[in-house]
Design a protein around this ligand. Structure first.
Ligand SMILES: [Zn+2]
Length: 157
């Protein structure tokens, strides 16, 4: 498994993350949005430099680099110190596709190993203070994700 480059162009130069203390999970809350559609929406409708997420998982499980290890725009108060991973789909309505979860587990484990994080540092967007949205969706169990990730914490990837 590997991370694909999306070759996105950002309006402003990206700044490196200052630290990585958390991984934050999101969904697009839209059907069929890929990394390019999300990038275009964030750039043109939100007026941001480009896609707000650090990494993006497509419906077929392909992992794309968004902002990479640069400061994103995905979670208020956490953007300088977290990696935001967005999964394509609306998990208020249906479950994530198994291939997406396989990719998510792999990607989280890479970063947990690289930045010495444990599973408690992997949060859903909705778990952050002041967030009222359901992101990454009511059908997405953060407890189950953390349980899976805790089985080989900081272990070999
Ligand atoms: Zn979110």
């Amino acid at each position: 498994m590997h991370i694909q480059k999306a070759h996105l162009s950002f309006r402003d130069p990206l700044q490196p993350l200052q630290a990585v203390t958390h991984i934050i999970i999101h969904h697009t809350a839209e059907d069929g949005w890929d990394v390019y559609k999300t990038h275009e929406f964030h750039q043109n409708n939100r007026g941001w430099s480009g896609i707000g997420y650090n990494y993006f998982i497509e419906e077929d499980g392909t992992i794309y680099e968004g902002r990479g290890l640069h400061i994103g725009a995905h979670a208020k108060g956490y953007n300088t110190s977290s990696i935001g991973i967005c999964i394509s789909g609306n998990f208020d309505v249906y479950d994530p596709i198994p291939v997406q979860m396989i990719s998510l587990h792999w990607l989280c484990k890479q970063f947990m190993y690289q930045f010495s994080l444990d599973s408690e540092q992997v949060l859903g967007h909705r778990e952050l203070d002041g967030v009222t949205k359901t992101c990454p969706g009511t059908r997405f169990s953060m407890g189950k994700l953390r349980h899976i990730l805790s089985n080989n914490e900081k272990g070999a990837v």
